[in-house]
Write a protein that binds this ligand. Structure first.
Ligand SMILES: NC(=O)c1ccc[n+]([C@@H]2O[C@H](COP(=O)([O-])OP(=O)(O)OC[C@H]3O[C@@H](n4cnc5c(N)ncnc54)[C@H](OP(=O)(O)O)[C@@H]3O)[C@@H](O)[C@H]2O)c1
Length: 248
């Protein structure tokens, strides 16, 4: 089949493209570096010609609810409009476990994205996943000040982005399924321990301080809102196994 991957150059998007190609699918990447701007819609209609399913893993880096909502609303509306025009039969969106229960600025955009997909004319599937193992490296790079890294007290159940990509391609190969079972990693981890483990694995030195974040979002990070429930599906690669593989 022919798949379009919105955000196919990103952390999980690269894996979606790789997995889909390994399985023999034709893949079109929708990203600015591939000549498609999903916010303005430029280049989108041509890129969707003959596409059977779109996997949306585009993202923006912001903690502002206004910016996040504007980004995900524009991207989702443009995708759904052009998918309808091109006769695309399946729209898949990747969301985040606990997104509607934790008041974070970025999550406001994800909630908007989910609501537009549900109300849209294109048959859809929404998969919610927990933080990727790769999140430890992302957050470390954003909160390091010289040798000091400050990490929020957070319980997560991280999963390898590659395993999320495999699930997304499985879902793209099937019919639109609505909201499917959440996907998380094999076990719960503390984010500060993940960051320490990642630093050890890549040979980085320095002090990692764990601090509780005040307010409702800080509580949600600590109290298990962002981890999966018993009804969810589990990936198999642990954070330690993933870190060791990165170090190699
Ligand atoms: N990171 C996590 O731990 C995590 C966990 C669960 C779910 N998710 C969800 O997974 C999705 C992907 O996250 P990620 O961390 O893999 O994202 P990412 O690494 O930040 O990648 C973002 C992608 O979006 C593309 N993009 C950004 N602005 C664009 C625009 N205006 N037009 C076209 N493409 C644009 C980027 O490509 P260009 O720069 O080339 O345009 C890139 O391919 C998001 O929806 C996120 O909410 C993430």
């Amino acid at each position: 089949m022919k798949l379009a991957v919105a955000g196919g150059t990103g952390t999980v998007g690269m894996h979606v493209v790789e997995v889909a190609r390994e399985r023999g699918h034709e893949v079109v990447v929708l990203s600015r570096s591939a000549g498609v701007d999903l916010v303005t819609g430029s280049g989108l209609s041509d890129a969707l010609s003959g596409v059977d399913a779109v996997v949306d893993v585009a993202s923006t880096q912001t903690i502002s609810a206004k910016e996040s909502t504007a980004f995900f609303a524009a991207v989702t509306r443009n995708l759904l409009t052009e998918e309808s025009a091109a006769g695309v039969g399946h729209h898949l969106a990747l969301s985040i476990v606990g997104v509607d229960a934790a008041p974070h600025g970025y999550y406001a955009g994800k909630v908007k994205q989910e609501s537009l997909v549900r109300a849209g004319a294109v048959p859809w599937t929404i998969l919610r996943a927990t933080q990727f193992h790769e999140f430890a490296a992302q957050i470390r790079s954003q909160t390091s000040f010289g040798p000091l890294t400050i990490i929020p007290r957070m319980v997560s159940q991280p999963i390898a982005a590659r395993e999320v990509a495999e699930r997304l391609v499985d879902l793209a190969e099937g019919p639109p399924a609505g909201r499917v079972a959440d996907l998380g990693g094999p076990r719960e981890e503390r984010m500060a321990e993940m960051v320490r483990g990642y630093a050890r694995a890549i040979g980085a030195r320095g002090l990692v301080l764990e601090v509780p974040i005040p307010g409702a979002y800080g509580r949600a990070m600590r109290d298990g809102t962002l981890v999966i429930t018993n009804d969810s599906d589990h990936g198999s690669q642990t954070f330690d196994q993933w870190s060791a593989a990165q170090a190699r």
